[in-house]
Design a protein around this ligand. Structure first.
Ligand SMILES: [Zn+2]
Length: 163
């Protein structure tokens, strides 16, 4: 799957084609977050494995044994809203010129207005920061809890840049 999809320029039709399922949305977000390889959000180790039948936390770190998903340590973890809906909300906010009301967003996503309000605020906040939806993941480094230096993802070894 192409990973450099610019949500701001594709049509609704293209959006629906690219993200027809929750899995396709997850794969897109994973490719964005872990562009140069998956690594543990707790200790930055690259020695991670996929755990079958462990859907909410499909990966496990072989160094610190933490279970994680693409949501872990990001704004996506703060809500149970599906990743497809997160992407749709991001898409709506990126493409609408006049802005989107939470009533409108709630209707189109099939979520409560409270959830729409939450998504709206979180995404707007993320859009203002470098690193977009995955900004803020740097904080994970502050709570660094182990892992061998040689197994660490290159981004974490060298600097604390945005993922
Ligand atoms: Zn780890």
């Amino acid at each position: 799957m192409k990973t450099n999809i610019n949500l701001g320029i594709i049509s609704v039709y293209e959006f629906m084609q690219k993200f027809p399922t929750e899995d396709s949305a997850r794969l897109h977000l994973e490719a964005r977050r872990w562009a140069s390889g998956r690594f543990c959000p707790a200790c930055a180790s690259v020695r991670t494995v996929e755990v079958k039948g462990h859907k909410p936390m499909p990966y496990r770190c072989q160094d610190c044994r933490a279970h994680f998903s693409v949501r872990t340590g990001t704004v996506l973890a703060e809500s149970k809203v599906g990743l497809q809906k997160w992407l749709m909300a991001i898409y709506m906010l990126h493409t609408s010129r006049k802005g989107v009301s939470s009533i409108q967003m709630a209707k189109q996503l099939g979520v409560t207005q409270k959830t729409a309000w939450f998504l709206d605020h979180r995404i707007r906040e993320a859009m203002r920061q470098r690193g977009g939806i995955f900004s803020g993941t740097i904080e994970v480094d502050e709570t660094f809890i182990g892992g061998k230096e040689k197994n660490k993802h290159a981004d974490r070894k060298l600097h604390l840049g945005n993922v």
